[in-house]
Design a protein around this ligand. Structure first.
Ligand code: GTP
Ligand code: MG
Length: 307
């Protein structure tokens, strides 16, 4: 039996629905999704394996113009995942089309280079909430770029055309042995996804800069015989005032955060857990190379550009 396997990177503006699409293609919630931009910060690997093929999806951060070091690292993650890809999905949001500004295109298109071996697929998302005119407009705009091998319209949220997209990807995969064992869904561990779930709840529950100034690290994850797993998470913020907001009056805010997060963590792990949250200040961590490194944001060095 010939095996087809390949890397498929999903790129596009913040909020386009990249993580929602990853989850829809995998048939399982792996990557966190919220209504807020810049939810995803690191490259998320999601692996879909069948007998005769394997697709290694890379969900990427939507970052337009980096304003601080963390965002530069996020952009590095986009660039390196584009470099690794056999197939690139450029995801566009039909819900935000502004027909009066036909040329207000985004920088993501500049990461896609024609004339390489890579297959390029333009995908228009959110068909369920967009007018047929907006979808047509975007469809034509993408086709006119002569950049894409295929262009199609989907709804990642309600599943419209997601299977068609999957079939298209399978048909374009190169012949190659599988990269990962069949039972592996991601190269990240449970700890990472648990920290992501906590971050998702912070994005949902807190306003303005708070979620963007927050990082979550799992410090302890212990399976205990006859008792619930113990998970201790540290939430890092940039300033003391943010610590106060995160905790809330009499600890009310962090209690609510803990309840929401635990609910989803238990769903994800499919077992009950005991979750402890603590908060620490790491002054301006988003701009600090050392802190970023300790939080798992890779060096600029391993995304060095080809000259
Ligand atoms: N109506 C509708 N909403 C969608 C669709 N796909 C995604 N969304 C919503 O759009 C918002 C953003 O989705 P995400 O998947 O987090 O977007 P993203 O591109 O990963 O965003 P970043 O990680 O911030 O770059 C969420 O509220 C999703 O529920 C869709 O097909 N239709
Ligand atoms: Mg995302």
């Amino acid at each position: 039996m010939s095996i087809k396997s390949g890397y498929v990177s999903i790129i596009g503006k913040p909020n386009a629905g990249k993580s929602t699409l990853l989850n829809a293609l995998l048939g399982q919630k792996l990557s966190i999704t919220t209504y807020k931009p810049q939810t995803t910060r690191k490259k998320i690997t999601g692996i879909l394996s069948e007998d005769d093929y394997q697709i290694v999806f890379l969900d990427t951060p939507g970052i337009l113009k980096p304003k601080y070091l963390l965002q530069e690292k996020m952009l590095d993650a986009v660039k390196s995942s584009v470099r690794d890809a056999d197939i690139i999905i450029y995801l566009a949001d039909a819900g935000e089309v502004d027909q009066s500004k036909p040329n207000s295109e985004d920088v993501f298109l500049s990461y896609i280079t024609p004339g390489t071996e890579q297959i390029r697929i333009g995908v228009i998302n959110k068909a369920d909430i967009s007018s047929p005119e907006a979808v047509d407009f975007l469809l034509n705009a993408l086709k006119e770029k002569n950049l894409f091998d295929e262009v199609l319209v989907i709804s990642a949220l309600n599943g419209f055309n997601v299977n068609q997209l999957k079939e298209l990807l399978i048909s374009k995969l190169p012949e190659h042995p599988k990269y990962f064992p069949d039972e592996i869904v991601s190269d990240e561990n449970e700890r990472f996804f648990v920290s992501e779930i906590i971050r998702e709840k912070i994005l949902e529950l807190y306003k303005e800069e708070i979620p963007y100034s927050t990082e979550v690290i799992i410090e302890e994850f212990t399976e205990r015989e006859g008792r619930k797993d113990l998970i201790q998470a540290m939430i890092y913020v940039e300033r003391n005032s943010q610590k106060g907001i995160l905790i809330g009056k009499g600890g009310a805010a962090i209690k609510q955060l803990g309840e929401h997060a635990r609910h989803d963590i238990e769903e994800f792990l499919d077992r009950p857990v005991y979750l402890e949250l603590r908060v620490k200040v790491r002054e301006d961590w988003r701009s600090n190379e050392q802190y970023l490194k300790s939080f798992g944001y890779s060096d600029n060095a391993d995304s060095s550009e080809d000259n």
